[in-house]
Ligand binder design. Sequence first.
Ligand code: NDP
Length: 279
Amino acid sequence: RALEASSSARAAPTIFENEFSLKDRVALVTGANRGIGLEMALALTEAGARTVYCVDLPKERGEEFQRVEAYVGKMEGKGRLEYISADVTDQETMWKIGEKIGSAEGRMDVCIAAAGILKGDMSCLDYPAERFKEVLAVNVNGVLYTAQAAGRQMAKFDNGGSIILIGSISGSGANQGHPWVSYNTSKSAVLQMARSMACELGPKRIRVNTISPGYINTTMTGQFLEKRPELLEKWCSNNPMGRIGRPDELRGATVWLASDASTFCTGSDIVVSGGHHAW
Ligand code: NDP
């Protein structure tokens, strides 16, 4: 039967446009007020998603978000972004958000867990317990609760789905001069979380993968470089492409993983780093 499934010819050949299309799909994206999360939310909308629910910490929509929201509003016949204020570390709230989306839309197709924090630059020998807990709460627990919120709805509607967890090249390596013990530990956990969830949810046709970016120009890296500007040169010289990346350079991997163009890809880590590996 397995052989049959893998060799079953399609009734009619599809063109790339169909396979990559997210027409009518519904998505949940966290950390979507700015940076990588926002860029990914926009990419899903441009690929045809009906509604992209953008979760971020309670605050006014940022300027970056408002600009993208206005742009999406002008895209005729395309979907919309819906902003939800919530903290991903609150499991109950995240599950409720999933349920609300499920009842409003009657489906859940794509989930991107992009909310993350970087608090480090302190020796691993002195790293305070509270800060370690704080980073893991967002980067690990928050990612799990987000995946649960969407995955429970995907399972309920029994229509498959694609969950994308945002890892990092810091999840499989560590850089000298970057005392990021909490961040690196958390991103490593995300890679393993995706593999575990992929094994469990495969029979339900729910795929779970990670995208691991290298250094990308966002507020997160900007704030870090403000304190240690000398590192930019190091990041660029360590990169075969001689530069850091832009958030929009993650769009292709995002749409590919979210769409039917990647239906046999699960438990995988897609590295988008310009060839830079942290170790
Ligand atoms: P940003 O800091 O620019 O954006 C992260 C967003 O997540 C912010 O809007 C932030 O809100 C929000 N957020 C933080 N904590 C929570 C929470 N508890 N609940 C809900 N939202 C929250 O980061 P990036 O866009 O650079 O990073 C996005 C993801 O990509 C992260 O997981 C990061 O680790 C990962 N990544 C980034 C890389 C890079 O070079 N930029 C490289 C590799 C991975 P607020 O503004 O209020 O803090």
